[in-house]
Write a protein that binds this ligand. Sequence first.
Ligand code: F6P
Length: 557
Amino acid sequence: MQDTPQTLNDKAKESWRALQQHAADTANDHILDYFHRDPARVQSYSLSAAGLTLDYSKNRANSATLEKLVKLAEDAGMRKSIDAMFAGEPINHTEGRAVLHTALRSSSDTPVLVDGQDIKPEIRSALAQMEQFVSKVHRGEWLGYSGKPINDVVSIGIGGSYLGPRVAVEALRPYWQENIRCHFVSNVDGSDIAYTLENLNPETTLFIVQSKSFTTQETLANSMTAREWYLREGGSETGLSKHFVAVSSNVQRARDFGIDAENVFPMWDWVGGRYSLWSAIGLPIALQVGMKAFRELLAGAEAMDQHFKTAPLEQNMPVLMGMLGIWYHNFLGADSYVILPYDQTLENLPAHLQQVDMESNGKGVNRSGVGVDYATGPIIWGGAGTNGQHAYHQLLHQGTRWTPADFILPLKSHKPAGRHHAMLASNCFAQSQALMCGKSLEKARQELLDAGMSSERAGELAPHKVIPGNRPSNTLVMDEINPHTLGALIALYEQKVFVQGVIWNLNSFDQWGVELGKQLSDSILPMLLDTGASTDALDPSSAALVEKFRKANGSGS
Ligand code: F6P
């Protein structure tokens, strides 16, 4: 058995030890045995909240496992931590900030105080500002420099100022407004903006510069390039204010860039970037699907928050999902987690959840700055089904590493073409079934014999067809993907990540790890632009790479 972590509180240490013992005791259990022993398992291991239903019966967990996991959550102070977040306590202590993305989607009038000030009025006024702007654009009253209405919206931002809005815009395609098309530019790779601008008309294009800090290299470079393009293609200086708006907490910098103060939508330091799609960073969503649908997205997230806040821990969806993840990562040795939406419009959901999870819990010291002696944030990956079945599912089924999986399926399709949706669902259900049930050597051999193969050849081939099984998964279903269920789904994962951060005693809301790369890139850039600049400060490998780049591009690239 592994050592018990020393960096947990005493009560949590005890429940951790109990789980270590339980993991040893149940090491040979098979999920299928749990079904045999408990005929009502599907019912008792299912839970509905905010329009989502979670079937967690295909997990390597029995009632004792769940009890012990919930005990660990209690002992780690889960309830207190949840209350502290919703109350606006400065739980992002390394930056001295509250964490209040939940306030952005709260429809209640109950004040939420930050430094003694109720933030609800500011939130309402930002929503009103968005509403007014969106309605002007939709009614064709927001006119470009030549008097034409806006048709194309280019959102320029990266990380949290990009992934969430993009996922929501894509997933809500059935709700798109006519005559508006949102595009997203994030990468500093010039081809991103170049290809996006290729077919756009400056007269009818609006750029939203999305940057909480207004200091992010990629976003500033892309915004400058967009501005140059606009002017080069005929846009007027005086018309700039009609074509560039910003979402930022740094109004001064946005103004320095040339954006009118009245066209800067607010952001606040109590909203983390990866949790910001609920703020004005969601402006592209609102422009694409309308303010009514945007408010419905907030309402879905709020419904999940309410559930998270009030449901007992043992019937709490984010808590159960978070604690099952803890079980796999800290007690059964899994190191990654795969998210598999069976819905093409959710293709980029895993990328957003990857940022939410890995930027939040990819940390090596606890809240006191002490190095932790347990595994923290898992590697999050995934993609849309059924595509993944023809790529990485092979490893999920037969690889030496096993990976807990979340299957996500809307029960109804917005595009029910013939049998397509039934085919999609049958694949989704079959994958979780195959992961759990597997195929024995005997069964594999028998199938080959039944197909007419010689006994010798069947014996040779059968081991290659064995599927170990006993691989766990959750299945999350909703009636359909709509603004409400999408809001609930994203909020569910945000809160799941929070739950795990509490157990690991991390600050899930800072991201200091991204800083070093930014600093180093700032010092390397001048060396790439000026072939005479010394590379002595670099390590030999990096210096040689700089040299290669210089040779390929010459100076002034
Ligand atoms: O580099 C990481 C990060 O700070 C993210 O956390 C954030 O969402 C992203 O960069 C963009 O930051 P900003 O909105 O300030 O441009």
